[in-house]
Design a binder for this molecule. Sequence first.
Ligand SMILES: [Zn+2]
Length: 370
Amino acid sequence: MQVETAMTNNYMRERVSWFYSRFDFPPRDVAKREFGFGWNSKIDQRHKSFPSPKELGEFLRREAPLYASYSVAYYQIPDGRPMQRKGFLGAELAFDIDRPRIGTHKHNEVICPACLDAARQDALQLLEEYLLGDFGFFHHEISANFSGSKGYHLHVDSEAVRELGSDGRREIAEYASEPRGELLVEEEIRGDAREFYEEKKRGASKLITGPGEKARGWGKKLYDEAVIALKASPLEGERKKLALENLRRGNYGAVKGTEKIWERAKADAIAKHALVLDKQVTLDTARLIRLPETIHGGTGLIAKKCDLRSFDPLTDALAFPEKTMVRVKPAKDAAFELMGKTFETKEGVAVDLPEPAAMLLMLKGCASLA
Ligand SMILES: [Zn+2]
């Protein structure tokens, strides 16, 4: 068994080195970045730096790391230690989405197309609704890449973003994760609330104010859901019309008995718009994150830069040729999809697989070289 393990490890290392013989995707400002590499864990070694893309490429080919990460931060002395000696120059704004919002489904332990697609959709929503929409970043400032395993990363880089401190980064991550502040404010109608007098006569007991049709950000998200919920409510003709008219002006308390509708609208807005982010990745500028276009050592897939609208990691992130067949001995039964094909393996029964599938099983510890 030990001989098999050594053979398998040698083979994988050789193939990873082969993959890096074609690597030509250095990050922006290589010389100002800190790098970290892993062979046994994700990061065994950090505080590395390279004067130019050439040295980075040579390192990857020579050492064939299973994991390569880089700093979202730019430093004067990227290999300086401790961290304070590096001379922080600013940092990209990074997002990590790897826990997709997905309901019960037939989950696949080897590689799950449903989870991957849900993560892609969440990343696309972060890009379009928040980064381009609410925050108003430009397309050219943002890049997206598959993480190589379960999720997606988004990087924003601009002068303004580089200067953001941890608090600003935290606020941005929290804004995309939950509504900020109280969206609906409730108070008793006082005698001087003249403009609401009519509503009081109609039986409204409370003054509930909230976002109207001109609201932006989370206010707009709630308002849109409130309109949908109100239209779908059993409220009859005239009262529904009145409630809708008042809603546009941000008066949620005009019609008695509508409170439940707004609760429902708020829950729907959160379910639809609150994303699940690993906030630590966004606010910690000292963190290293997967280097785009490198191999993920848990899958053999590439952390590929991508267009989130159309990317499919099961066909678009392959690091090894589909035509090369590799004989492996599975350590357990497995069934999975890759490259548009379905594979089934039985424990202990040697099988010839296309290299991407063979590498996936070997890197997951589910098979050895036969
Ligand atoms: Zn799944």
